[in-house]
Design a protein around this ligand. Structure first.
Ligand SMILES: *[C@@H]1O[C@H](CO)[C@@H](O)[C@H](O)[C@H]1NC(C)=O
Ligand SMILES: *[C@@H]1O[C@H](CO)[C@@H](O)[C@H](O)[C@H]1NC(C)=O
Ligand SMILES: *[C@@H]1O[C@H](CO)[C@@H](O)[C@H](O)[C@H]1NC(C)=O
Ligand SMILES: *[C@@H]1O[C@H](CO)[C@@H](O)[C@H](O)[C@H]1NC(C)=O
Ligand SMILES: *[C@@H]1O[C@H](CO)[C@@H](O)[C@H](O)[C@H]1NC(C)=O
Ligand SMILES: *[C@@H]1O[C@H](CO)[C@@H](O)[C@H](O)[C@H]1NC(C)=O
Ligand SMILES: *[C@@H]1O[C@H](CO)[C@@H](O)[C@H](O)[C@H]1NC(C)=O
Length: 456
């Protein structure tokens, strides 16, 4: 999607001269970057300029933040770091499900906000950052290190939303000392429902059984295969349920956030933020109010593999929100949420197990004003997870991407914190034909569980 109509927005009044000079500078830098571009996100070790040894990664992290990378001592090395960084106590985590359920209920009831005494109550112009977490603690450590280095993080509230209970993750989260923190726990996880819905009930139909056969053997969900004829797979449903639950929880239920009128940013455990992400978010928000009143969602990340970070550091694109492109580092406020939540049945009953495709379905088929995004061309949120929650690859332990992101941000450092943003309207390509969902969400029990999360 190339940029068509273009508009310049300046924070302070400036002259056309500076605008022109700026544009010329962009061109020069653009060309230079083309020559010495940074390749990002492709296969690991073929780029010798990236030293991805643990020592190199650590050398890029301020010493005071090494504690967040410190694994607790276990047999051998954990997360590639040796004993010298392992000075925290070791908790033997052997909870049974009863314990876990009790602890989760307690956390969700108490709603303890850590560090509120140090950083004061949440202001309505503070940024709330909601982080969806499963179990990939190594990535989470690096996300926390990146958050710790962000300007104005001390005014933010981090909401860690867990669907996997683990004491090592808990103590990591509770060790965050640079801003307010609250933990919430998705209460319908597979971990706490291993042999019953929403986990896998032994009476459920196998994924590939034919419907007539399913009806014959009378398995639980025989009537509800997805639009491709497959039956539910519990592990693929959890992320969408968790996503919907946490957004409802934050906007409508949590005491600390349920009256918050400002921005809420959504991250995942394998994201990594630039140090100006809050600054940019505020600048984008302000720019929207002045120059793009139909913008109702912000996006801090894109999935480009190679990009001209330098020229793009202050560019934003105005575009209809597209799930596959703009689902990373998304932010919106209660106004947008109130519209989305009115369309909960479109989200919860759409036969697609992806939350972002479901949100796109909501946008296209239900919202009065479709989701329209302001997207940072120079990403402020990066994806460092080589391996998804379900898609394990050979190199899952690899930290090559972390190293690359560190290098990219280091070389982009002086381009961060731009004074103003340059707006580009994306050329709207021919309307892509409406897609069928990806399936995996045909089971009426999932629809019902999801809908139930909205009733506060
Ligand atoms: C990687 O960086 C570490 C620490 O900075 C250094 O000791 C090591 O020699 C470097 N390795 C390569 C291959 O450059
Ligand atoms: C490794 O763990 C096992 C079981 O927890 C324990 O018996 C063993 O002593 C440990 N080994 C070392 C070197 O700590
Ligand atoms: C960790 O310890 C092992 C042997 O105990 C050593 O070979 C390795 O280099 C150490 N790694 C780091 C990052 O210090
Ligand atoms: C779970 O463990 C606790 C002790 O931590 C014990 O009291 C309880 O009976 C256990 N419950 C089950 C179902 O095993
Ligand atoms: C935030 O709160 C202040 C006073 O507490 C108020 O003046 C301001 O209008 C509020 N802003 C929003 C966006 O609600
Ligand atoms: C939120 O607003 C409700 C009423 O609108 C009020 O009763 C409640 O005290 C407020 N909560 C906080 C934390 O401000
Ligand atoms: C929330 O976002 C909408 C755009 O979606 C904007 O018009 C409104 O001013 C924002 N509200 C606050 C309190 O910032």
């Amino acid at each position: 999607m190339s940029s068509g109509r273009s508009q310049i927005w300046r924070r302070r009044t400036g002259t056309t001269f500076w605008v022109r000079a700026g544009l010329i500078l962009f061109l020069i830098v653009f060309v230079w970057v083309q020559i010495s571009f940074v390749d990002f996100g492709s296969s690991g070790s073929s780029y010798p300029e990236f030293n991805d040894s643990q020592a190199a990664i650590l050398s890029m992290v301020p010493v005071v933040l090494h504690k967040f990378l410190a694994a607790k001592p276990r047999n051998g090395t954990v997360n590639g770091l040796n004993g010298s960084y392992s000075n925290l106590p070791y908790y033997k985590a052997s909870f049974n499900i009863t314990d876990i359920k009790r602890n989760i209920a307690q956390y969700n009831l108490q709603q303890t906000v850590y560090n509120e005494d140090l950083f004061g109550p949440l202001q309505n112009d503070s940024v709330v950052v909601v982080i969806q977490i499963h179990d990939r603690i190594t990535y989470l450590r690096h996300l926390i290190v990146s958050l710790a280095q962000a300007r104005d993080i001390s005014q933010a509230l981090l909401v860690f939303s867990h669907d996997y209970y683990d004491e090592e993750i808990n103590s990591l989260v509770q060790s965050v000392d640079f801003c307010k923190v609250i933990q919430i726990f998705y209460p319908f996880s597979i971990q706490t429902h291993p042999n019953e819905f929403p986990g896998e009930d032994p009476g459920d139909c196998p994924r590939d059984i034919k419907k007539d056969k399913a009806l014959e053997v009378k398995c639980n969900n025989a009537l509800y295969p997805d639009l491709y004829g497959h039956y539910r797979e519990a592990k693929f449903t959890q992320t969408k349920h968790h996503w919907w639950w946490k957004v409802n929880r934050v906007f409508n239920q949590l005491e600390v956030t349920r009256n918050h009128s400002g921005l809420v940013l959504f991250l995942e455990e394998d994201h990594y933020v630039a140090e100006d992400f809050i600054y940019i978010l505020r600048l984008m928000d302000k720019t929207c109010k002045e120059s793009c009143t139909h913008c109702n969602i912000l996006s801090l990340g894109t999935y480009l593999k190679t990009y001209n970070y330098y020229g793009d550091a202050k560019k934003v694109e105005l575009t209809p929100w597209i799930s596959s492109k703009h689902n990373m580092g998304m932010a919106f406020n209660r106004t947008t949420w109130n519209e989305i939540v009115k369309c909960s049945s479109y989200f919860c009953k759409y036969d697609d197990y992806n939350w972002d495709w479901s949100l796109q379905h909501v946008s296209q088929n239900c919202l009065k004003q479709k989701l329209f995004a302001m997207v940072a061309r120079g990403p402020r949120v990066f994806h460092i997870g080589e391996c998804g929650v379900h898609h394990k690859k050979d190199n899952c332990g690899s930290t090559a991407v972390i190293s690359k992101v560190q290098q990219v941000l280091k070389s982009a450092k002086r381009h961060l914190f731009p004074d103003y943003l340059i707006l580009n309207y994306a050329t709207i390509l021919k309307k892509s034909k409406l897609r069928k969902g990806n399936g995996g969400w045909g089971d009426h029990r999932d629809h019902k569980l999801c809908m139930g999360m909205t009733i506060a």
